[in-house]
Design a protein. Structure first.
Length: 301
């Protein structure tokens, strides 16, 4: 890695740490949205550095769909114990049981959109005024429209045409009661930046990101993991493939790629040659051209 790139990564790190500290200065009760994916793990690592030697001064929040990779939950629980921070869990299953949302039916059913209600309920119940996330502008065109500080109205909704200016890194966090903000400290990072930072900082990540043998099904142009939640079509066959995941979500919608990248060095090399965004293997983003933006307008991450 070149000296110039190291300096560039240092600048990204400094920018993210500045945003994290601005959040603590401007809001009363922020949380960090933690999915167990690489971006939220990097964001948690940055928070640890931002407030060292003290503990992270806010809770982590996980919206649990109940359709998680077991490896993700195990990683989450180990990290929480290590950090000694509070974990807030919003349960989609509880939202279903309470009649707040209705579960989708059919072979392509997913709980992804149901997370919106669970997240907004958790924000309201815990009086959260700022929820930080690991979204990056290079992931998807709707996320490219986000500012660092993204205002949400009292219904939790986002209006991409009505965002506040952010000149000279001056952030406006003023809001009325019931409203809140989403903040994205690593907005300017790319997937390659994330992996180079993980490698440089020796950050632990779930084994799912490394190539390994797994039973999968070819669906929607990706290898979908076989699980108790997956309903197979008549023409689908479960096979064993050596794959890894570029992004993590529900086990029913997260597609893997065939790969031999079982080390960080190999992952960095592989990503450098990629020409498709990592969310190209997410079935939830393939439902329509505006699938992500539609969800975000309603209150999605």
């Amino acid at each position: 890695m070149s000296k110039y790139y190291l300096n560039y990564i240092d600048e990204l790190e400094s920018e993210a740490i500045f945003v994290l500290r601005e959040v603590v200065a401007k809001f009363q009760n922020p949380v960090l949205l933690f999915s167990g994916g690489k971006d939220s793990i990097v964001l948690t690592h940055l928070a640890k550095k931002a407030f060292y030697p003290g503990k992270i001064p806010f809770a982590l929040m996980h919206v649990d769909t109940g359709h998680n990779f077991p490896e993700t939950i195990e990683f989450r629980d180990r990290l929480i114990d290590e950090l000694g921070v509070k974990l807030i869990i919003g349960s989609v299953q509880d939202s279903i049981d309470q009649g707040r949302v209705a579960e989708e039916k059919g072979k392509s059913a997913t709980r992804n959109s149901l997370q919106i209600t669970t997240l907004l309920d958790a924000i309201e119940d815990n009086k959260i005024d700022c929820a930080m996330g690991g979204a990056r502008r290079d992931e998807e065109k709707a996320r490219a429209k986000e500012r660092f500080f993204s205002h949400r109205d009292d219904f939790g909704q986002w209006d991409p045409k009505n965002q506040r200016p952010e000149l000279w890194n001056m952030f406006n966090g003023k809001h009325f009661e019931g409203e809140h903000f989403r903040v994205f400290p690593i907005s300017n990072w790319t997937e390659m930046d994330i992996w180079n930072y993980i490698k440089r900082e020796d950050i632990q990540i779930p084994s799912l990101y490394f190539a390994h043998q797994r039973d999968v099904v070819w669906r929607n142009g990706s290898w979908i993991p076989n699980s108790d939640f997956l309903i197979l079509n008549e023409n689908e066959e479960v096979v064993s493939k050596k794959i890894r995941f570029r992004t993590l979500g529900d086990i029913t919608i997260t597609g893997g790629i065939e790969s031999d990248a079982d080390t960080l060095e190999k992952i960095v090399s592989e990503v450098s040659a990629m020409r498709e965004t990592e969310r190209g293997n997410r079935a939830d983003d393939k439902r329509s051209e505006s699938a992500m933006e539609d969800r975000k307008r309603q209150g999605y991450f």
